[in-house]
Design a protein around this ligand. Structure first.
Ligand code: P71
Length: 473
């Protein structure tokens, strides 16, 4: 990719022509946090203590932390300056109004109900819209989102296109809704309170939804009188993919694309801990006045007053400013570009990853790492453990452990995708860190002695992946 305003002139070095000009992050580093390497013996002990679950490791025992991009971003000096301007009034903090302005301007919804993070918003949305016996169609489940939908009495129906379940399909918009599947669910269900549309789709590999598909979902739902609720957690990354992959959008800004995308939906839940570049925070947005009143009424029960919703004034200011920074094209180029850099390196090393490369993470295909390991032996959980042992890189399982059990039958869900997510925090690691990660993955991939897998020795009742414990087979 070319820096802005630079014509694509190939450069000549000795003997070879460079295909393109390099670009770099639109920031420099002002403050650093030391991290330390560990020995193989220390890592083996830490992993054992953590029950072979990367969620249970102490972060001080981790060298490069790719567990999640959630709440792990580095804030800018402008955001930190905003922290000093926190108005900690119980009611009517000026920072709330700044946040409301930023959300209205960039996401376009009328009402803003702040929450402590994304699942707080999911909880309130599910409680005000879902009745027991409802069906909620969506483009692949997300753990907390589906949990709150089921907790409110709904059944989740996956209506994502088939390509999303195939890690080798190069479809550029694997987050798209299959309109025929959606039609079928809408026709068969007793009641559908809303369609749950996520952009990008985390569990599919950070895969985007096209503008054309969002528009088509909107038209179909309008005909049926069903609202569309967006999970906007990584919608700016989605906008970047529309800009770079969907014909007709390359000259538009991410900000413009985001506004249009959101206009096809009636509200959103948001984890500000991702796109919005903060360590904590979220919100629920709604256009409908009556529904927003109900949400405001419930937020005071579970989160806090409707002008802070579980955040401090300074948190709201940091998020308002983070939103403004997040929609800048140069930020997104660097953000998604770094993920692409790691992904392309792994592809060049012949490591099996989900393609196309996603917006926030590179996903390793654990099935192809361990073709002989049954899914009941938790291949992705095993791979995440092996990766930590090799060099102290922490990743996250996104396979059978995350999928949990079917509420009706009590049996494991068996997802087609058995993945390990290498998630890149925003503005935190350098290209050299990515090189170290890629080399560690390669080392694990090339190991001749394959592990047999794990057995679960402790299984929590809710969202089991967070606290489950394992032992090697
Ligand atoms: C991520 C997270 C954090 C997480 C959540 C559950 C299990 C493991 C890790 C959170 C999301 C998300 C989407 C698409 C809603 C939430 C909840 N993602 N939607 O990827 O990715 O937001 O964490 O702020 O409550 O590591 P919340």
């Amino acid at each position: 990719m070319n820096p802005p305003d630079t014509p694509p002139e190939p450069l000549r070095t000795t003997g070879q022509q460079l295909r393109r000009r390099s670009w770099a992050e639109p920031w420099k580093i002002k403050m650093v946090e030391p991290i330390k390497r560990t020995t193989p013996g220390q890592r083996a002990a830490s992993l054992r203590d953590a029950g072979y679950n990367t969620f249970l490791l102490r972060s001080e025992d981790v060298y490069i932390d790719l567990l999640t991009d959630s709440g792990t971003s580095a804030m800018s000096d402008w955001q930190w300056a905003g922290i000093m301007l926190g108005d900690e009034a119980y009611a009517g903090s000026k920072n709330f109004y700044h946040l409301e302005d930023a959300v209205r301007r960039h996401y376009g919804y009328r009402h803003l109900i702040p929450t402590h993070q994304g699942r707080g918003a999911e909880h309130i949305l599910s409680q005000i819209m879902i009745q027991p016996g409802d069906t909620v169609p969506g483009n692949m489940y997300f753990t907390t989102t589906r949990y709150h939908q089921e907790h409110a009495g709904a059944r989740f129906e996956d209506v994502i296109i088939d390509e999303a379940h195939d890690p080798t399909s190069p479809h550029p918009f694997k987050g798209d809704v299959d309109l025929a599947k959606l039609e079928r669910v809408l026709a068969a269900a007793k009641r559908v309170p809303y369609v749950s549309l996520a952009a990008t789709v985390n569990m599919a590999g950070g895969q985007p939804v096209s503008m054309a598909n969002a528009r088509a979902v909107r038209e179909l739902c309008l005909r049926r009188g069903v609202p569309v609720m967006l999970d906007a957690t990584r919608a700016v990354e989605n906008a970047w993919f529309i800009k770079t992959r969907e014909p007709g959008h390359s000259a538009r800004s991410c900000a413009e694309i985001l506004r249009e995308f959101c206009s096809y939906t009636d509200g959103c839940t948001m984890s500000g801990k991702k796109d919005a570049l903060v360590n904590i925070g979220g919100w629920l947005s709604l256009n409908d006045d009556a529904l927003a009143d109900r949400a405001r009424n419930l937020v005071v029960v579970y989160e806090g007053l409707h002008t802070y919703g579980g955040m401090s004034g300074r948190d709201m200011e940091a998020m308002a400013r983070g939103i403004v920074e997040s929609v800048e094209d140069e930020h997104m180029r660097a953000r998604v570009g770094q993920v692409e850099y790691l992904g392309e390196l792994l592809e060049a090393y012949g490591v099996p990853i989900v393609v196309p490369i996603g917006g926030h993470a590179v996903y390793l295909d654990a099935r192809r790492f361990y073709p002989d390991m049954p899914q009941d032996n938790f291949p992705a959980q095993t791979l995440a453990a092996e990766l930590y042992l090799d060099a102290g890189v922490r990743a996250m399982e996104r396979g059978i452990v995350s999928a949990g059990r079917d509420r009706a039958t009590g049996r494991h869900h068996y997802p087609k995708l058995e993945l390990v997510r290498l998630t890149i925090p925003r503005r935190v690691y350098t290209q050299a860190h990515m090189d170290v990660v890629a080399e560690s993955v390669l080392a694990v991939h090339q190991r001749p002695d394959k592990p047999r897998g794990l057995r679960m020795v402790y299984e929590p009742e809710h969202l089991r992946f967070f606290q489950a414990r394992f032992e090697p087979l």
